[in-house]
Design a binder for this molecule. Structure first.
Ligand SMILES: Cc1ncc(COP(=O)(O)O)c(C=O)c1O
Length: 410
């Protein structure tokens, strides 16, 4: 994947400038997201030029209707982790057979409801979930495919938001799954294993090493529980160079490595559920500068929107890359960039920006297509909900209006 080949396309930047200048009914003034759907289409087409892996989209990364529709057109299937995500996918006209349900919080009621709605692929994250899927399948007289989610530990494990080597509720250890016998679950097709506990991997070598280490314990587990291992799902975690350090994964190398993993594991199908690697690059978050000041010799900017719209920097300490929307040839210096909330957590980073930046200038954050709008804390301090726009056929179209606090306050 290229490192932001064209940041904002020029016509898109011009159109956004116009949008901010006109700003009818404060649709952008407090912060907005924009997704370049043509950039997304091109990227997804590249990801699909292979016949090694089946690709699913992890809807949690960006559940906006137009994003889901674009992934659908590119032939992706959909990994949903909640009732809300399922209904959003189905509302786009996607058949439930193309949906996979992951997540440690699947209740018995939810599993049954998903089966009734036609979902036929589940990742079981506990023995209870496995029993509930089997029971619901028997009642509804259907035979869903079920993968067991395995949580491994490595000697040189690391921590990351999905756990790395830390103990998490995502799946179960090999030792726990070994209590299961496939022949005890007659109503389902227990045909695969799922493993995913790393995040934002940026090195092909490291990624391949991790995948390789997993194959022997997974194959042994399958054998010991009487499973013919037909499907291996390696989740997501393919990284995005948020820090712009020139580190990025090579997609052709990933495919080459996964072809080897597929043959080592002897599986018929290898699956990935991509989140950020599919959609991060197509999205931008824009918000104006409300104030600029110098404080204890540090240049500070206060923005109209911060972690109320874009939480990720506060929980990962990784800022999104930023630029000014207008052109500037002024020299660049480091600014502390803060949002509007009354917490020091509301900081989008210490970021390089032109020295002539001023109140009402508009900042554009890149790589915001994943874990943006829905991974935020929009209610604190009663600020506005961000609007969301798409860019297609040289046209900027609103998909979600900005909403004032009285929209959600009671
Ligand atoms: C089960 C599962 N699959 C896939 C993903 C997508 O991960 P990423 O955005 O790193 O590709 C996630 C993210 O949390 C997940 O929980």
């Amino acid at each position: 994947m290229s490192a932001h080949p064209h940041w904002l396309a020029k016509p898109l930047a011009a159109s956004l400038q116009q949008q901010f200048a006109d700003d009818i009914e404060y649709q952008v003034a407090n912060g907005c997201f924009v997704y370049d759907l043509e950039q997304l289409q091109q990227h997804l087409a590249k990801l699909q030029q292979q016949d090694v892996i089946k690709l699913w989209f992890a809807v949690k990364a960006n559940p906006l209707s137009r994003i889901i529709q674009t992934l659908d057109q590119a032939g992706f299937n959909f990994d949903v982790a909640s009732t809300g995500e399922l209904s959003q996918v189905l509302a786009q006209g996607i058949l439930p057979e193309r949906v996979l349900n992951t997540g440690p919080a699947k209740s018995q009621r939810q599993i049954h409801a998903f089966i009734k709605q036609g979902v036929r692929v589940f990742v079981a994250e506990s023995i209870n979930q496995l029993k509930w899927i089997n029971q619901a399948a028997a009642i509804e007289q259907v035979t869903p495919q079920v993968l067991l989610r395995v949580q491994l530990q490595w000697p040189e494990g690391e921590k990351n938001p999905l756990g790395g080597n830390a103990l998490t509720p995502f799946g179960l250890s090999v030792a726990e799954w070994q209590h299961v016998q496939v022949s005890d679950f007659l109503a389902i097709d227990l045909c695969g294993l799922h493993i995913f506990q790393w995040g934002n991997m940026l090195s092909n070598e490291k990624m391949y090493q991790l995948w390789q280490q997993m194959v022997p314990p997974l194959c042994q587990l399958a054998e010991s529980i009487g499973m013919q291992l037909r499907i291996l799902d390696l989740g997501g975690g393919l990284g995005i160079d948020y820090l712009q350090q020139g580190q990025q994964l090579s997609w052709p190398k990933i495919i080459e490595d996964l072809a080897k993993i597929k043959s080592e594991a002897g599986v018929e199908e290898l699956w990935l559920e991509l989140g950020r690697y599919a959609v991060a690059e197509c999205g931008y978050y824009l918000t104006p500068v409300v104030d600029r000041k110098t404080n204890y010799a540090q240049e500070q900017l206060v923005l109209a929107g911060g972690i109320n719209h874009l939480l990720r920097p506060a929980i990962t300490e990784q800022p999104f890359p930023v630029k000014l929307l207008r052109d500037s040839h002024a020299s660049v210096k480091g600014f502390d960039v803060h949002g509007p909330l009354c917490t020091s957590l509301d900081k989008l980073g210490h970021l390089p920006l032109p020295d002539d930046i001023a109140v009402d200038d508009i900042l554009v954050f890149g790589l915001c297509g994943a874990y943006g709008f829905t991974e935020s804390m929009p209610f604190f301090l009663c600020h506005e909900i961000a609007s969301e726009w798409v860019w297609q056929n040289d046209k900027l179209t609103p998909v979600r209006d900005a909403e004032p606090a009285n929209w959600y306050l009671r």
